[in-house]
Every structure is written in structure tokens, then in C-alpha cells.
Design a protein around this ligand. Sequence first.
Ligand code: AP5
Ligand code: ZN
Length: 218
Amino acid sequence: MRLILLGPPGAGKGTQATFICQKFGIPQISTGDMLRAAVKAGTPLGLQAKAVMDSGGLVNDDIIIGLVKERIAQPDCAKGFLFDGFPRTIAQADALKAAGIKIDYVLEIDVPFDAIIERMSGRRTHPASGRTYHIKFNPPKVPGKDDITGEDLVQRDDDKEETVRKRLQVYSEQTRPLVDYYRRWAEQDPANAPKYRVINGMGSVEEITARILQALQS
Ligand code: AP5
Ligand code: ZN
């Protein structure tokens, strides 16, 4: 199973990815998590990416495409994978298509922008695993600690309100066009295009997981 989760920042892509990947036994490929790991490790890529991410912009397409191609060549991707936060531009989607990587489903998680600011301001993450919580909507068992390792949770540097607004603007301009891109492709060439499904992203985490699992059967 090869899946793409599409949706604005804070839509719940990372949250849902954890459940879907567990269910299907496939790795979650989050370009955001990969970039944050590079920032933390202080690699040349990390140093370059940090400023872009903190400003709410997008990292260069060629760098991202290179990272993703390298990642999906790993043995654990042989039985499938889930892309979370990739592709994010038409150029990235075209590169995926040109590489002949067939995707089964594109799932668009639909959440109105006004719900997003609240989701992001309460978000806490476990940096080592990418596990995500929300202080109100999806709290950890012990406040401030990861459920599995007990390690500290942190707030992401790009979750400041002004950066969130910029990320939403960048989403509208550069990523939202992928909705039409995949919809049109599915209409024009259903044999090769991924199936396109819109998931209502409002509701509890469990309700949304159930909607996704149902969509994957249609
Ligand atoms: P990335 O890490 O991909 O960030 P994003 O797309 O902005 O998405 P988020 O991780 O913010 O949100 P999410 O949808 O995963 O939501 P989550 O599940 O955490 O990218 C970061 C940066 O890296 C980019 O800005 C860019 O600079 C760079 N980058 C990454 N990929 C790139 C690419 N392909 N090309 C170029 N640059 C790239 O949920 C959010 C919060 O809501 C959490 O607190 C969660 O607990 C809560 N929540 C989840 N579900 C619910 C629910 N149902 N109800 C209430 N709260 C909920
Ligand atoms: Zn995420």
C-alpha cells in the first residue's frame, strides 16, 4: 500500500499517519520529521533547512526529491509507505510521477483554517519519534512526557502564530494546487492515477482514523 496524506499544516497528517502505518505495517515518510532530524543533527542540510522552516517557507524541491528518493529505496519501503507532507508542490508531484512510483491513494484531510491555529498552538511533539500530542485534544498520559519513552515533549519552533499564518499562506499558494492536480489525474486516467479521497478532518482522532480506513476500502 502506497499512500499520500495531503492537507494543510495542523490538519492531523502526522497524528493519523501513526495509526495507518501501524495498521498496514508500512513506514511513515514525513519530510518534515526528516528535516527536523537533520536540523537536530546539525548536518549541512539541517543548517540550510532551519532558516527556511522557521520562516514558514518550503525547502528547495530538488533537495526534498533527493531525500525522498533515497528514503524509498530502503528495504523497509518494499511493501509500501505513507508520505506525510510530501509532495507539497507541483514540481514534487511531477517528480514522483516521472519516477514511475505508483501511488494507491491520495487522502486529503480537510480542516478549516480557523481550527488549525488552535491545534498548532497546543501541539507538543516527541522529537525522536515524531509522535504528536495536543494539550487539550490528544493529551499524553503524563503531562509533558511521551507515552512510550517517558521523554520530554517539546513545542515546535515553527508553531508560533505568525509562522503558522505564513505556513497556511504557503499551503494555499503552493500545495493546495495539488488537490486539482490529483483530482484531475484521477478523472482523466483512473487506471494509473491514485484514487483521490477527501476525509473530513473535524472530529475526534479516532473518528478520523475510522473515516480513513473506510476510504481505503472504497
Ligand atoms: P511538516 O512537518 O510537514 O509540517 P506541516 O505540513 O506544516 O504539518 P504539521 O506537521 O504542522 O501538521 P500535521 O498535519 O502533521 O498535524 P499533526 O498531526 O501534528 O513540515 C514542516 C516544515 O518542513 C515546512 O513548513 C517546510 O519548511 C518543511 N518541509 C516539509 N516537507 C517539505 C516538502 N515536501 N517540501 C518542502 N519543504 C518541506 O496535528 C496538529 C495538532 O493537532 C497536534 O497537536 C495534534 O495532536 C492535534 N490534532 C490532531 N488531530 C486532531 C483532531 N482530530 N482534533 C483535535 N486536534 C487534533
Ligand atoms: Zn506533521
